[in-house]
Design a protein around this ligand. Structure first.
Ligand code: PDD
Length: 287
């Protein structure tokens, strides 16, 4: 059976799923999105993603398309219809359809809601984590509201393509002060030479990663030394370990930064342990 998408109130064949040409998401990137990992057919870190969705919509004055309870039902049904056990679910809300004009349409159209789900091969993901992955660094060139999870992702797309062309999985943005902000679709972490776990503070212009928040809680419960403080590419290259977090990658060890080996070039013990414990916890608590 083929894939099924949810589009504005209806489940349709993925191949036939479409939105209007004057959807403001299509014309202006005027919308937001969320991505949940799916474990055992259930949503990982669901509460954090719902809270961020609500906040992103609020920051852009887009109405919530339905209540959280109703959304949960539609998300679960999308997962079920696509027979996803391990995978990802993507949800996008745009301001809706209106004749092209930059200001918000008045009266506001109904927000447009699209949901898709796909399966991911957990063994391939595990193998990649065992090998570790590479990142490149590049100048930060995004707007000043990266805390809103908008669908306007062109700098992220260009950064990710540059990473791919360099044989890397991710690009880390570096701001004007020479500090790493985050990845194109993940948050950046190191275990520094003092053994402290470091990731940038959320007052900076970064996305407040839900996986990041869960991992901070886990690391604090484990009694690890934590510092929400930025680091430079040189500090990252000289760190004991590096890794990234996100709904797509979970916790993924980084073993190369701009062709410099991190540590001895293999995934470090802290990142490996955090990956295992994060996945175990997420699996237990998925709902
Ligand atoms: N990206 N930073 C950016 C810029 C991101 O796009 C993401 C997630 C993250 C990690 O956030 P979280 O832990 O809440 O997934 C950080 C998703 C997975 C994506 O764009 O596909």
């Amino acid at each position: 059976m083929g894939r099924i998408a949810y589009v504005n109130g209806r489940f349709v064949r993925h191949a036939d799923a479409a939105v209007h040409i004057e959807d403001r998401g299509y014309q202006f990137s005027d919308g937001v999105y969320e991505v949940w990992a799916v474990f055992g057919g259930k949503l990982v870190d669901s509460i954090g993603h719902f809270a961020r969705l609500k906040r992103s919509l609020g920051e852009l004055s887009i109405a919530e398309p339905m209540s959280e309870g109703a959304l949960r039902i539609v998300l679960a049904e999308t997962v079920r219809r696509n027979r996803v056990r391990e995978g990802l679910i993507y949800l996008q809300v745009t301001r809706g359809v209106a004749p092209r004009d930059h200001p918000f349409p008045d009266p506001a159209p109904a927000p447009a809601l699209v949901i898709t789900a796909k399966s991911v091969d957990p063994r391939a993901a595990e193998q990649r984590a065992e090998r570790g992955a590479a990142v490149i660094t590049m100048p930060e060139n995004r707007w000043g509201r990266c805390d809103i999870k908008t669908i306007g992702l062109l700098p992220n797309v260009l950064a990710k393509q540059a990473a791919r062309e360099a044989g890397a999985v991710e690009a880390w943005f570096v701001d004007d002060l020479g500090l790493i902000t985050e990845g194109a679709s993940s948050n950046a972490w190191i275990v520094d030479q003092s053994g402290a776990l470091r990731t940038r503070n959320i007052q900076a212009n970064i996305l407040r990663g839900v996986t990041r928040a869960s991992l901070l809680k886990l690391a604090s419960d484990l009694g690890l030394q934590l510092e929400e403080r930025p680091f430079t590419p040189d500090e990252a290259k000289g760190a004991r370990e590096a890794f990234i977090t996100g709904a797509g990658t979970l916790v993924l060890p980084i073993v190369r930064i701009d062709n410099a080996k991190v540590g001895n070039g293999v995934p470090g013990p802290v990142a490996k342990r955090l990956r295992r414990l994060y996945i175990d916890g997420a699996r237990r608590e998925a709902d």
